[in-house]
Design a protein around this ligand. Structure first.
Ligand code: GLY
Length: 364
């Protein structure tokens, strides 16, 4: 039960290793060197899980390992926390032979990767994603960064990990809501690239919800395979990688408006996908019955499909105008015209966006 995918990026290529209880297996040891220092960055919620399994595994095998942990939550994905961790690394005289390990979800992965990219002009890092969302998306592709009050992920870099270790075992420790929120990214991959995968998710949805190992292994493998291909073609999002932002432009606006509190990234992406579907309907490029099929699948995974009731429409516009994909200040959106067919649409007018939000709000 071990699968491997290579992200092909010349000298920056790396493997993604997927399996169950990876850190019980001797074959994983060859990725860790006795001459290096490994510093795990995690959060207080995951500390116990990390110490009991991953940390213990490295320690038992005589690998130098230390842990730094921060508080749990998206609001800690900040420059303040970057400075705090760098201070701890410097206080312990960790040099360029140090390898950081992100043990956690998207927040820990993005933060750790960003620190690795700037610490002493750049050091190596490893991703050990523990949430479904980070296993299928955030841990692969080298997007790192932190949030700014004026927008999500506005400070960051492209810095590829050395390895990505995806252990299904960690998923069983997640709160159900957090686990299920990852399915918005899974469904996103199916809408963008693969109709057959969409129907596979639909037929296996009960197994996936119940954490069936074989179903999850295939699901995660499939998403990582799709992502690896895109990253190999467009590492720095100058072309096709931007398609992966389906649902994220609206989603990021919602997260920013809510100050990254009381909403999980996956939940915001789910609402963002629904708003993108409605936008495509307003533009007349997507049929209502296709949109309904997708919304039904999102709902099956208990994902929210309605925007926050009290978020002013003007706030969407303000945040969306700051989106990194925009060119010359014009709002660009990834929109589907069918399952498996999406395109970037330039210069979407505010009128269209307002109409899509209003129509979705009417469903309350
Ligand atoms: N999460 C989208 C990307 O990595 O490009």
């Amino acid at each position: 039960m071990l699968k491997k995918i290579n992200v092909v990026l010349k000298e920056k290529s790396y493997p993604i290793i997927i399996g169950y209880k990876l850190f019980n297996q001797d074959c994983i040891l060859r990725y860790f060197k006795k001459k290096k220092k490994y510093i795990i960055i995690t959060n207080n919620t995951l500390l116990n899980l990390c110490t009991k399994h991953f940390y213990k595994y490295l320690k038992k095998n005589n690998i130098y390992v230390d842990i730094i942990y921060i508080s749990d939550g998206e609001s800690y994905k900040s420059l303040h926390e970057v400075n705090n961790i760098i201070t701890q690394l410097l206080n312990k005289d960790y040099g360029r032979d140090t390898i950081l390990i992100a043990f956690g979800g998207g927040v820990i992965g993005d933060l750790t990767g960003f620190i690795a990219s700037i610490y002493q002009r750049g050091i190596e890092f490893i991703q050990v994603p523990t949430t479904l969302l980070s296993q299928v998306d955030a841990s692969v592709g080298g997007k790192t960064g932190v949030n700014h009050n004026l927008g999500k992920n506005m400070i960051g870099s492209f810095w590829q990990p050395k390895y990505v270790f995806i252990d299904l075992f960690f998923l069983s420790s997640l709160p159900k809501k957090e686990f299920l929120s990852g399915f918005s990214e899974v469904i996103k991959y199916a809408i963008i690239f693969d109709k057959k995968f969409f129907y596979w998710i639909k037929s296996n949805s009960c197994k996936l919800k119940k954490l069936d190992k074989n179903a999850l292994l295939y699901c995660i493998y499939k998403c990582c395979k799709l992502k690896a291909k895109i990253i190999s073609l467009d590492e720095k999002e100058t072309s096709c990688r931007a398609l992966l932002n389906l649902g994220h432009t609206y989603g990021h606006a919602i997260e920013s408006y809510m100050n990254y509190n009381n909403i999980l990234h996956g939940e915001a992406v789910s609402i963002g996908i629904v708003l993108a579907l409605q936008t495509a309907q307003v533009l007349g490029i997507l049929k209502k019955n296709i949109s309904e099929k997708i919304i039904l699948l999102l709902k099956f995974f208990n994902l929210p499909v309605l925007p926050p009731k009290n978020m002013p429409i003007l706030s969407y516009i303000l945040y969306m105008k700051k989106d990194k994909k925009n060119i010359l200040g014009k709002i660009r959106l990834v929109l589907p015209s069918n399952i498996g067919i999406v395109k970037i649409y330039d210069n979407i007018s505010q009128k269209i966006i307002i109409s899509a939000i209003e129509k979705t709000l009417k469903k309350y």
